[in-house]
Design a protein around this ligand. Sequence first.
Ligand SMILES: [Fe+2]
Length: 371
Amino acid sequence: MGGWYVGGGWKFYLRVGERWFLLRLMRLNLNKGVTGRLALFGAFAIFSGEWGICAEVVNVYSHRHYEVDQKVNALFTEKTGIEVKVVNADADQLIERLKAEGANSPADVLVTVDAGRMQRAKGEGLLQAVDSAVLKESTPEGLGDEEGFWFPYTLRARVILVAKDRVKEGEIANYEDLADVKWRGRLLIRSSSSSYNQSLLASVIAANGEEAAEKWAKGVVGNFARPPQGGDRDQIKAVAAGLADVCVSNTYYLGLLLGSPDPAERKAGESVRVIFPNAGGRGTHCNVSAAGVTKHAKHVEAAKAYLEFLVSPEVQRLLALGSHEHPIGMDLTVNPLHGKWGEFKVDRETFGKMGEKQGEAVRIFDEVGWK
Ligand SMILES: [Fe+2]
């Protein structure tokens, strides 16, 4: 990467083949006390192993692992000339890495799929507040960070799915019902190591208290049709195969099955019905994909532009169709599946407590033997 410091001046973008380069008309400090003015300037630097002109970049530490993200990042580069460099890992690992790297971290943006993790990253002092009218406006009431340390950009509902042919309408309505002995040997849900389940239990703790939450988790474990294994899609497939009648999954995994090129996966998706739990009460537990600018970001403006890009209508559309996540503004018209599943009430009551209750959730999981 080139070693030129840019303190101000004009910017020019130059496209060479598939790549964008940034040129800057700038002031160059030649020596102490001597300032020279330079005209149009191209910094030749070693960049990506080639000699080229110094390009702007935003470094993203991301937990997300979806194909559509590459499309989104390529589109950002096409529109802004800013290259997106991604480091993929589990959110907990990324948080540890940010802590270890401190001020030397190359990361500009942290992306996770869990509000609880973002709340923790903020609490650990790993993020900085961003002042953006665009991001403020795109954040639904109660589903972001009031101080602007991170912003949600997709919504992910964690729902109950039932076998259409074996569970009647109205037989199950709430998360609390999952602990009912009626479902003994008929229930599937993935392991407690998943942040999706940690946040789900955190929300149950926030809603019903620790004691009730532990009782609930014990009841759920007692109803397992098999020890937890695989991801959300595997639970749906197992219900389709008759191994259980009820499972818990994020809606977008059902979308991915229904949109799969594999007919067997589509058939599995067709065999279940979506129930948005707690519709008559606090609402359905939802998590978010969220992004924040890191405390020690070296490319703050590029990072802010990247966050604003994620909530743009174009990207919201790409994500709704590509990964089947709900757009953050809950527009149900983009993806026909969202329209079909219909409107639902989002649990905003417990959303802000996910981070603080996650530790307790992990303790309860251990206590009740939820593997
Ligand atoms: Fe996921």
